[in-house]
Design a protein around this ligand. Structure first.
Ligand code: ATP
Ligand code: MG
Length: 565
């Protein structure tokens, strides 16, 4: 039995503690945003290895992004400093690489097989199909088909071509190890013996191949802890299927289920808005989001603006105002925050949007207002301008000296006139990775090909964060703006697309709303990119406890100008 006092688990509430201290066997933690799922997961692992005598080598924690894995590893290092080194904290893909490196010959690969990056994949598709302009679309379709296990002739030829060049692609990293384990029971048993305690965060977002791999690693009576929130399933466009979460009980008979409903993150207003927003398509009908904290004058503001520039300046002004930077109060409602200005820094603010291009107007307005910001980027590092020539150069050198040169400097690396600036900034981006990989050039290349994102976003930097709704998953901020709450944008609708299954778009709004701790602003414009737009139908559901902030909605600068002319 778990020690009652002086335990790591003291940092958890009763329900969380029950989950963290739960005995062997499959466990499903199903809970809403901000209820401490991730916190419970890390405490559970730390508790197992420090207080229950589980060998850290036997623990495997899986998350979806490299960033989330890093964060989890950090938290574990502080909770269980002595054991942390020996724990495996991985993404599905890095786990797959690990298995593939160990079992490469079974997969018909050499020990130092490569991972095809996107340009390489596109070139191969174009060569097979003879369709250069359509390659991108075909690759998307192919990737989706393979992830959901529906392979066709193109997929077969493409895979064959990959193997001939001693390559795997990103999808293979999970699918091939799963196939190897499925074929060979003894091999699977070996891995099951190694990873006896497995935990997966954000389980609502697993796809078919990840699920397969997991099933092979975790027997029906195994120690698998799955954690998630079906209402935050937002990756079906990449093949994720929330159905795997929903049938956990069937897959793992006798699984224990724990629910957490105390929300440690958000104010009551925000939780009410979130509940209303998700209600029409919730997958967890009897769930409650109970607020815990006292957030003073917490506010949910609904803001109508003229256009993207009006929206951006609303964001900039509101930040300025909440920081106490300006003497005037620009909201028409005349509402002056009494404690809202206290204790906020730039990094307490996040601006969330559905599509990356929405960030531009906001960046302009923040720059003009002198507000420091950082945008979380999703470009793959390997696809950034300047990276490729550096890699080509490195290929000619011994690994030690090559990476040493990246670590040391950019400007002496390659002198190439016009490209110098690009190369210089690419070196800056590569430096941290070079430092991490030491002299191991092969690892450096693997990490790059694994799709290391240009994620220079630093949660500790004192800057306003600009993120897509997808990138904001799992994070929290005292003040959140969800911009562009418009029909066609949230829900996002591509031209010519019909369909009325907007459940996932609604979940995205839910994810966005629930990132906020104290203040939430939802804005929508009357016109975007010069076109009249309507507010999001989702906003009609978010009514209670919401304050209508009228800002510049009645001023249409463009028309005014025209009339003057
Ligand atoms: P999401 O669904 O958004 O990923 P989550 O359920 O994983 O949310 P966490 O990020 O683990 O939630 O926790 C939300 C916030 O609440 C964090 O700031 C966390 O530190 C805090 N928190 C959770 N549980 C407790 C607790 N028992 N005591 C104090 N703070 C807590
Ligand atoms: Mg979480």
């Amino acid at each position: 039995p778990a020690p009652v006092t002086g335990s790591l688990l003291d940092g958890l509430d009763e329900d969380q503690r029950a989950a963290a201290a739960s005995d062997c066997g499959p466990l499903l933690i199903i809970a809403g945003p901000g209820t401490g799922k991730t916190r419970t997961l890390t405490h559970r692992i730390a508790h197992l290895v420090t207080e229950r005598g589980v060998a850290p080598e036997h623990c495997l924690a899986i998350t979806f992004t490299r960033r989330a894995a890093e964060e989890m590893a950090e938290r574990l290092a502080s909770l269980a400093p002595e054991q942390a080194e020996k724990l495996t904290v991985a993404t599905f893909h890095s786990l797959g690489v690990r298995i593939l490196r160990q079992q490469h010959d079974r997969a018909g690969l050499s020990a130092d097989f490569g991972i095809a990056d996107q340009p390489r994949q596109l070139a191969m598709i174009a060569e097979i199909t003879g369709d250069v302009p359509g390659a991108r679309r075909r690759l998307r379709e192919l990737s989706r088909a393979r992830r959901t296990g529906a392979a066709d002739e193109l997929a077969e030829r493409y895979t064959k071509a990959l193997r001939q060049q001693d390559l795997v692609d990103f999808d293979d990293l999970v699918a091939v190890p799963a196939a190897l384990l499925a074929e060979d029971e003894a091999l699977a048993a070996g891995y099951r013996d190694r990873y006896r305690w497995i935990s997966v965060d954000e389980y609502q977002d697993v796809d078919e191949q990840q699920y397969r791999l997991l099933r092979l690693l975790a027997p029906p009576d195994g120690n698998l802890t799955a954690i998630g929130d079906p209402d935050q399933a937002i990756y079906s466009f990449r093949g994720a299927d929330v159905g795997f979460f929903l049938r956990f009980q069937e897959d793992f008979a006798g699984a224990r289920t724990v629910r957490l409903d105390r929300n440690y993150r958000s104010s009551a207003h925000i939780l009410r808005a979130a509940t209303q927003a998700i209600a029409p398509s919730t997958l967890v009908p009897d769930r409650e989001l109970r607020p815990l904290g006292d957030h003073g004058d917490a506010l949910v503001g609904l803001c109508a603006v003229a256009d993207e520039r009006g929206e951006a300046s609303f964001v900039a002004r509101t930040i300025d105002q909440l920081l106490g930077g300006s003497s005037f109060h620009s909201l028409d409602s005349g509402r002056v925050s009494t404690d809202g200005t206290q204790g906020l820094d730039f990094n307490d603010f996040a601006v969330l949007y559905r599509t990356d291009r929405q960030a531009r107007a906001v960046m302009e307005a923040l720059t003009q207002a002198g507000v420091p910001f950082q945008k979380r980027s999703h470009d793959r590092l390997s696809e950034r301008p300047g990276v490729e020539p550096i890699l080509a150069e490195l290929a000619f050198e011994g690994s030690g000296t090559a990476l040493e040169r990246v670590r040391r400097a950019g400007d002496v690396l390659i002198e190439r006139g016009a490209e110098a600036a690009e190369i210089h900034s690419a070196v800056e981006l590569l430096k941290p990775l070079a430092a991490e990989c030491g002299d191991d050039l092969a690892r450096f290349r693997t990490e790059l090909a694994l799709g290391v994102e240009v994620d220079t976003w630093d949660p500790r930097a004192d800057r306003v964060s600009l993120l897509t709704l997808h990138a904001a998953k799992g994070l929290e901020f005292p003040v959140v703006f969800v911009i562009g709450c418009e029909d066609g944008l949230l829900p996002l609708r591509w031209p010519g697309e019909d369909g009325d299954d907007f459940a996932e778009e609604r979940r995205l709004l839910f994810v966005g709303i629930t990132r906020a701790r104290r203040h939430l602003y939802l804005s929508h414009a009357a016109e975007r990119s010069g076109r009249a737009v309507r507010r999001s139908p989702f906003l009609a559901d978010v009514t209670e406890g919401v304050e209508q902030l009228e800002t510049v909605s009645r001023v249409r600068p463009r028309e005014t100008q025209l009339r003057l002319l």
